[in-house]
Design a protein around this ligand. Structure first.
Ligand SMILES: [Zn+2]
Length: 434
């Protein structure tokens, strides 16, 4: 059945475009035609009037941790954590150990709901639950499918929890990728191969990750040089920079998702660029953990943006990305941040195949619809400025993934009060256990 979204204000970020009075025809989860008065071309189509609302390609959150969705406002007893390593030890490595199936279910559902309400159509998740490894990605996938959110999932392999924890992490990644491969082609959820960070991945772990990447045809999703500690540890123990070490193990390819990279050297960025991998920038998390600013960010070829577990609101991350860059003395304008955000769609093309991130024939119909009241003219030249200085997730009216409304006129097609109540209960249990 063909659907036509009529009278939309079509907004695209890269290349920037703002055009009013546009009809968008959709079929089989794709855009099939855009233009004026399309209803005459398709007289039998279902017509959905946009009444001038903004319709833009859906937003991609390229790095998130839904397991941390229940950490908001945490009141567990946490020792003072002045540096990055103590934040991991005192908070995150205690929290992830306390996650069981029930907590993960609740956490993934609210993570997905929050992302969609903010206009995000894809979340690339990086998961850890050392006491519930096998089967954990299937639980997260169920939440994505219930909400209708697109995703790429992986498990954070680490050598922190003995040999068994490491092999289970690898097995969870490869088995999940195989499950996906047995699925139909119109999949909503894809798989990557996850690793925590070079300082918790010994050489055995890196060799296993390489094998998993080869066997599954996927890419690595890993934190690298988030804090100066990761780089210092690598130089001290292995005599080389962390990304050079990953490269020596053959872990960099066009599907590689290298997260943070705050302390990458120019040479490491060259390696990433030569291998056509991605750098995922998480400005709010970097500020929260006081790990510094990636001064050489403009040298990276493939940039995308994530939240690193601080919700799923890419409008918010956009603003921090821009203001932090300006604060650090960078010379980017908002249009460069818009390109970075938009570029998350290139990751989807490499994992799912097909075209993403544009409203044009043949492209996946993952769309964000906003009832934004522009106080000044909105044009292709200033649309990124509107996002940096105004437009936000409060303006999100509806969200479509694969041509289907998963959120419409600010409502989900199922009730969410009980899901949030379950999450609050699970959060209390989680805080007590940890
Ligand atoms: Zn992260």
């Amino acid at each position: 059945m063909i659907k036509i979204l009529t009278n939309a204000t079509l907004v695209q970020l890269d290349p920037a475009q703002v055009e009013t009075g546009i009809d968008i025809a959709l079929e089989h989860g794709q855009v099939i035609k855009t233009g004026r008065a399309l209803t005459t071309f398709y007289p039998d189509a279902a017509i959905i009037s946009m009444d001038g609302k903004l319709v833009m390609p859906g937003m991609v959150c390229a790095h998130n941790h839904f397991y941390s969705a229940l950490a908001r406002g945490i009141t567990a007893d946490i020792a003072p954590s002045p540096d990055f390593l103590s934040i991991l030890k005192n908070l995150w490595w205690r929290l992830d150990k306390a996650i069981d199936r029930e907590v993960l279910q609740a956490s993934a559902i609210v993570g997905a709901l929050e992302a969609v309400r903010a206009g995000t159509t894809t979340v690339i998740d990086h998961h850890a639950s050392p006491n519930f490894i096998r089967g954990s990605l299937g639980v997260i996938r169920e939440a994505f499918e219930k909400v209708g959110l697109r995703g790429i999932l992986c498990y954070e392999t680490t050598d922190r929890n003995a040999e068994a924890g490491m092999t289970d992490g690898i097995a969870e990644n490869t088995e999940f990728a195989r499950q996906i491969d047995r699925n139909d082609d119109n999949r909503l959820v894809e798989a990557a191969i996850g690793g925590h960070a070079p300082f918790t991945l010994n050489d055995t772990a890196l060799a296993m990750l390489k094998k998993a990447i080869e066997e599954t045809g996927r890419g690595i999703h890993v934190h690298v040089s988030e804090d100066g500690h990761d780089a210092a540890f690598s130089r001290q123990h292995y005599g080389e920079d962390p990304l050079a070490r990953l490269h020596r193990f053959g872990l960099l390819n066009e599907k590689a998702l290298i997260v943070h990279g705050v302390h990458l050297t120019g040479k490491e960025i060259d390696l990433l660029n030569e291998n056509d991998g991605f750098l995922i920038h998480n400005p709010r998390s970097n500020m929260n953990n006081h790990v510094g600013y990636m001064e050489n960010i403009q040298q990276v070829k493939n940039l995308a943006m994530g939240t690193d577990g601080i919700g799923g609101d890419m409008f918010e991350e956009f603003k921090f990305s821009y203001f932090k860059h300006r604060d650090a003395g960078g010379d980017w304008w908002p249009d460069s941040i818009a390109k970075m955000l938009q570029n998350g769609n290139r990751i989807l093309e490499r994992y799912f195949g097909g075209d993403f991130g544009a409203i044009q024939p043949g492209c996946r119909a993952d769309l964000t619809i906003l009832d934004y009241y522009a106080p000044t003219p909105l044009t292709a030249e200033n649309v990124a400025g509107h996002i940096a200085f105004g437009m936000g997730s409060r303006d999100v009216n509806s969200v479509m993934v694969n041509g289907k409304f998963i959120y419409r006129n600010r409502e989900f097609p199922f009730e969410i009060d009980s899901l949030y109540a379950t999450a609050r209960k699970a959060a209390e249990k989680l805080w007590k256990t940890m």
